[in-house]
Design a protein around this ligand. Sequence first.
Ligand SMILES: [Zn+2]
Length: 172
Amino acid sequence: MKCPYCQHQDTSVLDSRPASDNNSIRRRRKCARCLKRFTTKEHVELLDLSIIKKDGRSEPFDRTKLLRGILKACEKRPVRRDKIENAINDIETSLRLMDRTEIPSRLVGDMVMERLKTLDEVAYVRFASVYRRFTEARQFVEAAREAAKFNKSASQKGAWGRIRRITASAPL
Ligand SMILES: [Zn+2]
């Protein structure tokens, strides 16, 4: 990306974040020569993402399928639909920012679990049980403990306040 001030070719990316439409990414850049900063808005070229499953088969990334899985885990739980949509948007954006077209399903599952952990402990345990194929009661207990521990330490550290502030701040 060329610097708009001095036309120098070498610029570095300071940070990247999804724009409000979630179909583009804003990057803050800095010119290596004149040190001026500027922002670019890059449209994500919607490459076909493939999800590589545990058995090695691949299937196209399917947002609707991901939504179904999360909705199922959140059934009858007080999780707002817009929070779920946000989680999926973030996950999809992160996947597309990875600059690769083949993504292991494990990675997507982990991303969903990370989000569910903060949204609802029960939904988290439900999703984990399907995704990690729990076969023993002990595994449910461990997952529940893990989610509870996370939420406890997050509130102690004030991480919730931080997360809320980031969520509430307007995109660039
Ligand atoms: Zn420059």
